[in-house]
Design a protein around this ligand. Sequence first.
Ligand code: PLP
Length: 379
Amino acid sequence: MKFNTKTIHGGQEHDKAYGAVMPPIYQTTTYAQSTPGGHKGFEYSRTHNPTRSALERAFASLENGDHGLAFGSGLAAIDAVMKLLKPGDEVISTNDLYGGSYRLFTKVYENFGIKFHFIGMENAANIADYVNENTKLIWVETPTNPMMNVIDIKVAANIAKKHDLLLAVDNTFATPYLQRPLDLGADIVMHSATKYLGGHSDVVMGALVVRDQDLADRLYFIQNASGAICGPQDSFLMLRGIKTLHVRMQRHCENGKKVAEYLQNHPKIEKVYWPGFESHPNHKIAKEQMDDFGGMISFVTKGNNYEEAIRIVENLKVFTLAESLGGVESLCGHPASMTHASIPKEEREKTGVVDSLIRLSVGIEDADDLIDDLKQAIG
Ligand code: PLP
């Protein structure tokens, strides 16, 4: 089945009771048993729920995996991966990553004796320098939030295989429409499904997809034991969102290209971060491992002026100033004071998250309106 068909049919079957085309919302906590243990595969909705199971099959299908798991948020999904570890274990992570992931690693899991090495992975071969006998996991986000760095998943996967480590890839920015990390050798793919997968800014959710049965069993155990699941209504909304992922992503990519090129040629803009530019340091890798370049763009204005950045985000009218990304509507954000405020200033500036950086999530409106909006806001 091709990707554009999978978004609509992947892992789905028509409802057995009445033939409903959409999976029913099983708004129930529990399931009748004829005798203790005599049930139809569902006992209690933290463990399994038919609507969530339909969604988990859809997640697995999109990422060419065998097992999908849905969580109450992207961070809950990352949290489940971290619970595979024990005190003394070490993780090698991208240094430029979503601020909330950094906060979870440093403020929660460091307290439980897990050590993190945050490193630049633009040259993914660097990862090997940090492997030791305690290393268990490589955490890659690509493209990264918000600097749009691209990390070579195949190189990271070869290092993981050589040293018997797990490789997890946060595929939130690319989505499986553009990039399928399991095909490139990753063990775990993770999503903030809140973003492009849901696509309508109405559901907070996380996803994991794996191929290995033993790894899936360990993650399902953690999902049930820790309980950070999502409910049936949200599972339904996510399934509905996923059905248009391919058409939305196609437009996000088209609009992203037009907006990136407009900004690139603007006399007041110093630098535009978008993997589709040939001048992007890892454009070649992006071309190899992604099918297109997406609608996420970051930029800084000339003079690197904080007040100027704030003025621009306040003046934008079609772009809404808001946290989050990946919805049909265009959003803008100021990472230093919003999504990445949890990263200390000197840490975030090392990776390029300066006070004047603006991040755009280019939506699927008419590109002319988006460009006009930027024109009037930047001046
Ligand atoms: N990973 C990335 C790349 C993100 O952008 C986000 C949220 O912005 C997350 C993970 C966390 O996901 P959630 O907000 O659904 O918990």
